[in-house]
Write a protein that binds this ligand. Sequence first.
Ligand code: AMP
Length: 210
Amino acid sequence: MKELRLVFLGPPGAGKGTQATRVCEALGIPHISTGDIFRREIREKTPLGVEAKSYIDAGGLVPDSVTNGMVMKRLSESDCKSGFLLDGYPRTIEQAEVLDSFAKPDAVIDISVRDEKLMSRLTGRRECPECGKVFHISALADQEKCPICGAALVQRDDDKPATIRSRLDTYHAQTEPLIAYYKAAGTLHEVDGEADRDNVFKSIMAELGI
Ligand code: AMP
């Protein structure tokens, strides 16, 4: 399989997690989602999780001092030697600079979706706590139950409308400048995230030349 160091950029609700899962399966590289790592630390009530929770609940970013060390430690593990996909990192220019000094990404995929679409995607998002799959309520016959394993679906705390607004503001203020950063580096690829998910996947693979 092709060795690639990839970054998925884009606002919350753009479909980064869904697409990252498919791309990682296709390429055989690890999917590193900082949001998923933080949520696991919060569930396990570790000191890192306790610290991260207040920032996540407020729709802001966990400080770079915490996040950078956590990601560099993960990237030092042996499964990342043959490539990786970062989903939700970097989210600030400082994080991008830290990543560049560790391992420059080969390609950065920006999945763009307008704010008005993101709001309905995020308020309708539900997760299965058992199998980890993510759904939108509009696609579910029974909006309470996981159609795969039958467990009761849950809404992420930070998918409540007030927190979503803060997350979008945080994205525009702190993360969107990375588009220009990676454009200048010559590694940016832009994909329309409003297309249906199969077409978004095809566009990403085409951008990667696969
Ligand atoms: P996500 O699942 O990617 O939407 O991340 C959920 C939350 O985790 C974000 O709203 C942030 O509070 C936090 N988070 C995830 N990745 C980062 C990062 N790279 N830097 C700082 N905070 C992050």
